[in-house]
Write a protein that binds this ligand. Structure first.
Ligand SMILES: Cc1ncc(COP(=O)(O)O)c(C=O)c1O
Length: 389
């Protein structure tokens, strides 16, 4: 039975290199988007089985046929995306799909509209690496985090080639409604845009219903590169496994690029993905029950802290509170919390200019860790107020 009530910080410092590794013993990391729990037993067993089956030669380009079968069944049943194995490619991590979308769709000087911003920083990084120009469609923080579709329309120019969507949204935790997604789809079709839809957090929903953009109609399923993965909800970011789905001429072109780039995703990681889809659901349900408690507790703590304003996330393990009233930039606040609270959070401005004033907190940990982190954050914020009196 999974235990989400305790974590072994010492162990995490050695095994979670990105999230916990860089910091000293008295530091709590609520930064990088790992969950602090070991992966489900079923996934480990799936990998062990693949090792015992000696699955060591090259596999098929897009993925092993047993894995693609399971992925397609899920895409049709859960996401309502009409996919066959020809439409799917297993890839080493969702991150590669962000690169792929920009590499495929952008030429130097082309514009990519981020819908909405702030957003996961590699969206911007990959647009810039492709010598494209990121354009921000800001999330309306003062109107229930709604998409501003009129603003989105105004952002489209003759140079726009790509529309990049994050849903459920990192960092705000919004789950966009069918109507909002239909609005995005309409704009994409009217302007003949290629669409990238990052749906990595589809399994981490507390409220709302996840709708896949590519499920809305046949045209969108052909102009949209949708990406899904296993790094977050199943805690196997280290295995680097995800998949994309797209159809028709764009998929043919995307496949050509992937053939020359990766051949195929790691066979053992594909076995982990298959195990997650076939037998991971009971564990996932327990994880989400725990995360809901952590979210509610974290919101309660932040709401009781003067000067902090925090929207309630409908999904994801993130809070994206606004702390601008303390008179610091997001970067300064992040440094202040590191030095004075010994808590690592993420600088909201790294998620693009509309993230300034915010920090991102990852609450996917055990209750005692979160309680201690918020005790320390609260004291560090009081210190700022006292210094200003
Ligand atoms: C929105 C989003 N997309 C992609 C990634 C990268 O995921 P992966 O580990 O599957 O490459 C992350 C990781 O935090 C993310 O938040």
């Amino acid at each position: 039975m999974a235990d989400f009530e305790t974590i072994d910080e010492e162990f995490l410092r050695s095994r979670a290199a990105l999230k916990w590794g860089p910091w000293g013993e008295d530091v709590i990391s609520l930064s990088v988007a790992d969950i602090d729990f070991p992966a489900p037993r079923e996934i480990k067993e799936g990998v062990i089985r693949a090792v015992q089956e000696d699955r060591t030669p090259y596999g098929a380009y897009g993925g092993d046929s047993d894995v693609l079968e399971v992925v397609c069944e899920k895409l049709n049943r859960v996401n309502r995306i009409p996919a066959t194995p020809d439409d799917v490619y297993m890839i080493p991590g969702t991150m590669l799909s962000i690169f792929l979308a920009c590499y495929y769709a952008l030429k130097p000087g082309d514009e990519a509209v981020i819908c909405p911003a702030p957003v996961y920083p590699p969206f911007m990084e990959n647009i810039e690496n492709a010598q494209g120009v990121p354009v921000f469609n800001p999330l309306d923080f003062h109107n229930d985090l709604k998409l501003d579709l009129d603003d989105l329309k105004r952002r489209i120019t003759p140079r726009t080639r790509l529309l990049m969507v994050s849903n459920p949204h990192n960092p705000s935790g919004r789950v966009f409604t069918r109507e909002e997604l239909e609005g995005i789809g309409q704009i994409a079709k009217e302007n003949n845009l290629f669409v990238f839809s990052d749906e990595l957090y589809e399994d981490m929903i507390f409220e709302g219903k996840h709708v896949s953009l590519a499920s809305l109609d046949a045209d969108l399923s052909e102009r949209t590169l949708s990406a899904f993965g296993f790094s977050k909800a199943f805690g196997i970011a280290g295995f680097r496994i995800a998949y994309i789905v797209c159809r028709g001429k764009h998929m043919q072109e995307l496949k050509k690029r992937l053939h020359g780039m990766i051949v195929h995703a790691d066979t053992l990681a594909q076995a982990a993905a298959k195990a997650a889809l076939t037998s991971g659901t009971p564990w996932l349900e327990r994880l989400m029950a725990h995360l809901r408690e952590m979210r509610d507790y974290a919101i309660e703590r932040l709401s009781a802290t003067p000067g902090v304003w925090c929207p309630v996330p409908q999904a994801t393990p993130f809070l994206f509170p606004n702390l601008a009233s303390f008179g610091m930039t997001s970067k300064e606040m992040t440094q202040h919390l590191e030095e004075n609270a010994r808590v690592i959070v993420q600088n909201g401005a790294e998620f693009g200019p509309p993230g300034e004033g915010h920090i991102r907190i990852n609450f996917a940990t055990a209750y005692p860790v979160l309680r201690e982190a918020f005790d320390r954050i609260e004291k560090a914020l009081v210190k700022i107020r006292q210094a200003r009196l």
